[in-house]
Design a protein around this ligand. Structure first.
Ligand code: UDP
Length: 327
């Protein structure tokens, strides 16, 4: 039987690379695309020798051409950490808006099913906890996170419009905080930040009083949820995340214990518009996809810590943002 052909944008990134692995494992022909601003080819270099993997170095904000048939498109290209989208706000807006439009056009031309990576950021700083898909959110469009949040909200809107107006098969996953191997150690997110600090023997920087909450999902659980959503017939947005909620201060204590560092937590100012609470309501994923996370935080954190520990010392010591050198 002919292999199904799937285009994965953001293929060299954290989630994109795990998706490439999963679809290769399921015997798809995987076409990866990435402009490598925040992605890293090392995440997918093990795939280049395969005859069912191809890679295009391309910015999807520009017209996208892929020769041959396409059955599925997964749009995962985007800066995704607050530090990244503060540093490259215009690219963040463009990849979520223009990039999504280009890929929807491609999906239509190829009669492909398209799944877009949305985010819990569409809920902004939520007034409802946990957040069900029906909640419309509390977003500041002109704050520092607005470039990401509004691009993702536009992305959902245009995807839904292609679904209703053009009859395109679409799926929308709202991804909550996810962690695991291949996260960038210097992307500014709380987990790599804390583990990097522990490995360097520095204090762990808690922003604000650390009473804000997050709910962390291990990457393998998330990928399973996305895989099931793609193959479902559900076109409305679907939360995928782990509802196990924790304060950032407690999370810091857990990392101190995990790493055995003799360092303590220190406080730094809370960034503007930092959400105070975040926890997915996964009632829909449970009912429609029979999905729920399986990997506990303690299990997932151990695997992730081993990954960061195995990185070259030079990389662990290097605290600056390197991706500008690549542009
Ligand atoms: N945070 C922190 N110290 C850090 C980095 C982040 O206390 O060194 C906090 C941040 O203020 C937020 C939470 O950890 O409340 C999660 O931040 P992250 O950047 O990982 O992602 P977000 O969920 O805010 O998109």
């Amino acid at each position: 039987m002919e292999r199904k052909r799937i285009l994965i944008t953001g293929a060299a990134g954290f989630l994109g690379s795990h998706l490439c692995d999963r679809f290769i494992k399921e015997d798809y022909h995987v076409i990866g695309m990435d402009n490598l601003i925040t992605g890293d080819l090392r995440n997918i270099e093990h795939l280049f020798k395969l005859d069912n993997f191809e890679f295009y170095n391309h910015d999807v904000s520009k017209f996208v051409h892929v020769p041959g048939d396409l059955h599925y498109i997964l749009h995962f290209a985007s800066p995704a950490s607050p530090i990244d989208y503060l540093k490259i706000p215009i690219q963040t807006l463009k990849v979520g808006s223009l990039g999504t439009h280009n890929l929807l056009g491609l999906a239509r031309a190829k009669k492909a099913r398209m799944l877009i990576a949305s985010t819990s950021e569409v809920y902004g700083d939520p007034n409802v906890n946990p957040q069900p898909e029906e909640y419309w959110g509390n977003v500041n469009p002109v704050g520092p996170r607005g470039v990401y949040d509004e691009a993702k909200r536009f992305q959902e809107a245009i995807t839904m419009a292609y679904h209703t107006f053009h009859g395109l098969e679409t799926r929308i996953v709202r991804i909550f905080n996810t962690y695991g191997p291949r996260m960038r150690l210097n992307d500014g997110r709380v987990l790599p930040a804390f583990i990097g600090q522990a490995l360097r023997g520095e204090p762990l920087t808690v922003f604000g009083d650390g009473s804000q909450t997050r709910s962390f999902c291990y990457v393998d659980d998330l990928i399973e949820g996305i895989y099931r959503l793609l193959h479902s017939d559900y076109a409305q947005p679907m939360n995928i995340g782990n509802p196990d909620e924790i304060t950032i201060r407690q999370f810091g204590e857990e990392i101190i214990k995990l790493t055995g560092t003799d360092q303590q937590l220190i406080s730094l100012p809370l960034p503007t518009d930092d959400p105070k609470q975040r926890r997915p309501d996964i009632t829909k994923a449970k009912a429609i996809l029979s999905w729920e996370p399986k990997i506990s935080r303690s299990e997932g954190l151990k695997i992730t810590y081993e990954y960061f520990k195995s990185l070259p010392q030079k990389e662990i010591e290097h605290k600056d943002f390197t991706y500008f050198n690549k542009q």
